[in-house]
Design a protein. Sequence first.
Length: 339
Amino acid sequence: MTDKKNEDYVVQMGNDNYDKNEKPSFQARSPPPAAYGSSPVSGLEQLEKSPPLSILAYCLSSISMTVVNKQGNLHDKALYPFLTLDRFLSVPVYTIFKNLTIIVIAYGEVLWFGGSVTPLALLSFGLMVLSSIVAAWADIQSAINGDFGTADSAAAVSTLNAGYAWMGMNVFCSAAYVLGMRKVIKKMNFKDWDTMYYNNLLTIPVLVVCSLLTEDWSAYNFSRNFPDDTRNKIIIGMIYSGLAAIFISYCSAWCIRITSSTTYSMVGALNKLPIAISGLVFFSAPVTFGSVSAIFLGFISGLVYAWSRVRQSMSSGGSLPTVRPTMSASAKSNRDANS
């Protein structure tokens, strides 16, 4: 009995009269032709899904609107909460304390979206808190020394305390707005234009009511705020500012959808650091060692957070997860509802 394992299998190829142009059957076949009208991912779609481009567009639109509002003195007429804060806090202190919104948003993402906080992110958060403490200490010292132009130091410190209270409300309201917008975008599957439309539509009743209740609509006040010699320039600046607000709303929704709420907030914080420096240079804010150190710590915290996000994306993309990430109960319920 022959051993079947040792037999040689021979394939009879026949004579050489076969067609040499015929492809052997073991070669891979060419892919079928694409259907009519179908095309690969266009360059526009690739740009739309680019996180750096969305961040750059948000920064440019924000800087453009800030420059126009400051140049045309439109900032105080448009944003009542920020006007209230400007009455109590200097521009650098407001900008530094605004960074605390990032911490609230980061832990809101942990609760609602199953996010995580890395050790480097914790380090950046610690630097943000430290910069806020240094800024508050420098502000209080300037108020006690009379650097704000008031002789009564107790009144100056009381004004700062009111500003810190308004700043705390602003931090939580801003965090709730950003997290709520991301939740609605994910739940309703909104596009960027949908988010921009509803954001601006819902603000119209609020702005109309606040304007009618708090502003003076008399003819004298109108002529005082819109002089004849500069009326056209002011109106053109207001129109451009309104269009820039629409562009900012679109870029904000785009940045949140492509990146994350925390990254969007961090970009906004880094974008405001030049404003903090301009507050020292152009708005007569006291230039002290504490104020400059606070701005420097805020900038370093932004760089540390950016590096933590880069390392987190590299580690998540280069290896498969071996342990299921820890999720809160609300995040699990949202995942189960969407699945």
